[in-house]
Design a protein around this ligand. Structure first.
Ligand SMILES: Nc1ncnc2c1ncn2[C@@H]1O[C@H](COP(=O)(O)OP(=O)(O)OP(=O)(O)O)[C@@H](O)[C@H]1O
Length: 550
């Protein structure tokens, strides 16, 4: 493996030929996504890629895809910006399945996962909140094995002894449906067919892949069969937080390193202030992870801070946070604030308080807040509701029109549109038809800014690859961070990485919170144990009280 310390990494990326495989490996905020955009621009400039259409850029989530699009815009000439094919892995696998699924004998009218139907099948198969982690783990593990066909999959599930997984899979096959794991499985299986892989190989001159630590080996094989050695990979082992969903960061990095790519390490943070890096480095201490240094500590204003807040209970915390957030928004109206949690329960205290005080926020778990989905719904609402019909008929028509308008095989958008329409249909009342409900949805954020100024509420997982001026991490108690379901040392290590991802989303400032007493039921309040990582962080934080400083 070549390790280059002499040449500046970015200059090297600009110079390397397209058939030199590259692995960009760096801690959070060191510019991996930006460097991928630089590499894309360089490949086009070198003439290695005849048309930007022939460059494939893959990410894991929709937000990461939007983020990469924005970065490409900053590096590419206007004529090329829209042409680079930026997709999520699921979206790309969906596109391959939609185009070639017949080769596997798939029912082509059902090659996109339908969330409603999948929920029904799961319920009927006995998959519930209590056993879903266990059953999903078994399904995901088996489905991510590229080599097995449908019958072999059923046999393997039967051997696992998990009745619910077998029942679900049988029902899925009986209805000719696919779920999200199937999308990847079929996409990968199709790309194992030389005649299919050749088509994509010939079309795409090169590929860029962000967040490789989230890939499964099956997904990596899918990319390899298209890109061969003309791929630039970017990732960070410390941000591997999807092992529960089948990601295999250790195997992925091992396999990539065995291929002897040009290893391009990036080592300084462009994202975070020294105050934020103090927290990130405190959490990393003792894990062997590299210590992050700030690219230019003089550019950060004095008001950057890392603070901790301890409250007696959830209500007190919500009140403190309301004051803090109001103050911050008043002082810095142009900044973004991300409230990050590990789960939703704590939000049931905080969000009503914010709403009651008139603060608006973008809830990332609600698909009606996804700008691309909102744009589709707005575009087609009038046509979908033009003919007489029930709200459900209008809703179905709206889903059809939006899906037809989304990119071919864009499974994630399809799924989000359907979930959004379900939510909107709940708001239809006798005097307020669906078209009107769509019309009164909040205005989409600026499309060229994946994170707009103002308040955002999201989970640590959803925040991956994103950044906010201020990050507030709520609920550093044992059972929340780490999640109570993490019982093995491997699972707890992944929880620490989730916290690392949350901390490292912050640019200027960071606030962590915990409560001393937790309301388990309206009549049962129990002492809350601090997170095992609280002391480590609190030691380097400034403690704030009821009237916090910025
Ligand atoms: N060379 C650079 N000069 C100035 N700013 C940069 C540079 N590279 C990246 N940045 C900025 O630093 C921030 C972090 O960059 P980026 O998101 O690319 O990092 P990353 O390594 O992909 O982070 P993560 O792993 O957390 O997703 C962004 O705001 C980006 O605009």
């Amino acid at each position: 493996m070549t390790q280059l310390n002499i040449e500046k990494p970015i200059d090297l990326l600009r110079r390397l030929p397209i058939d030199r495989e590259v692995l960009l490996i760096a801690p959070a905020g060191c510019g991996k996504t930006q460097a991928l955009a630089t590499r894309a621009a360089a490949l086009i400039q070198q003439g290695s890629v005849r048309s930007p259409r022939r460059l494939l850029a893959l990410t894991y989530s929709n937000k990461a895809r939007d983020n990469l699009r924005v970065r490409l815009r900053s590096e590419l000439p206007a004529s090329a910006q829209q042409l680079v094919q930026v997709s999520t892995l699921h979206g790309f696998a969906g596109r391959v399945t939609a185009a070639h699924g017949r080769c596997l004998g798939l029912d082509m009218t059902r090659t996109l996962p339908e969330q409603g139907a999948l929920r029904r099948l799961r319920r009927d198969a006995g998959i519930s909140y209590q056993n879903s982690d266990y059953v999903d783990g078994i399904l995901t593990r088996h489905k991510r094995n590229a080599g097995i066909d449908d019958q072999a999959l059923l046999d393997a599930l039967a051997d696992s002894g998990c009745r619910e997984a077998v029942a679900y899979e049988q029902a899925l096959r009986a209805e000719g449906r696919v779920d999200f794991d199937d999308m990847l499985r079929y996409g990968a299986r199709l790309l194992k067919l030389e005649r299919v892989a050749r088509l994509y190989r010939q079309h795409f001159a090169g590929a860029l892949v962000d967040e490789v630590q989230d890939l499964s080996l099956l997904q990596l094989e899918m990319i390899e069969s298209i890109g061969e050695r003309r791929v630039t990979y970017a990732g960070d082992p410390e941000q591997g937080i999807y092992a529960f969903a089948g990601a295999e960061p250790a195997s992925i990095f091992r396999r990539l390193r065995e291929r002897e790519p040009e290893l391009v390490p990036l080592t300084v943070s462009y994202r975070s202030s020294p105050a934020v890096l103090r927290a990130v480095n405190a959490l990393a201490s003792g894990t062997g992870a590299p210590v992050l240094t700030c690219h230019d500590s003089t550019k950060w204003a004095e008001d950057c801070a890392f603070a901790s807040l301890v409250s007696t209970n959830e209500d007190a915390e919500a009140r403190h946070l309301l004051r803090f957030i109001r103050d911050y928004m008043h002082g810095y109206p142009e900044r973004s604030i991300g409230i990050l949690t590990r789960g939703n329960r704590r939000l049931s205290y905080l969000l009503p308080v914010l709403t009651h005080a008139g603060l608006t926020f973008q809830d990332w778990s609600v698909p009606t807040h996804v700008p691309s989905v909102m744009a589709l719904l707005r575009r087609h609402a009038a046509a979908a509701c033009a003919d007489p019909g029930s709200p459900t008929t209008h809703g179905e028509r709206l889903v059809e029109l939006c899906t037809a308008d989304a990119a071919l095989g864009d499974v994630t958008t399809h799924d989000e549109v359907r979930s959004a329409v379900d939510i909107l249909l709940d708001q239809v009342t006798p005097g307020v038809p669906l078209s009107q409900v769509v019309a009164r949805m909040p205005t989409p954020q600026q499309p060229d800014r994946p994170v707009a100024p103002g308040l955002h509420v999201l989970t640590g997982h959803a925040g991956k690859g994103q950044e906010f001026d201020l990050v507030i991490i709520v609920g550093l108690e044992d059972g929340k961070i780490p999640d109570f379901r993490a019982t093995t040392s491997v699972a707890i290590a992944e929880e620490r990485r989730v916290l690392h991802v949350m901390l490292s989303r912050a640019k200027h400032s960071l606030l962590i919170t915990r409560i001393e007493n937790e309301t388990r039921t309206p009549r049962w309040v129990a002492p809350a144990k601090r997170s095992p990582w609280w002391d480590l962080l609190a030691e380097v934080a400034t403690e704030i009280g009821a009237r916090p400083a910025r």
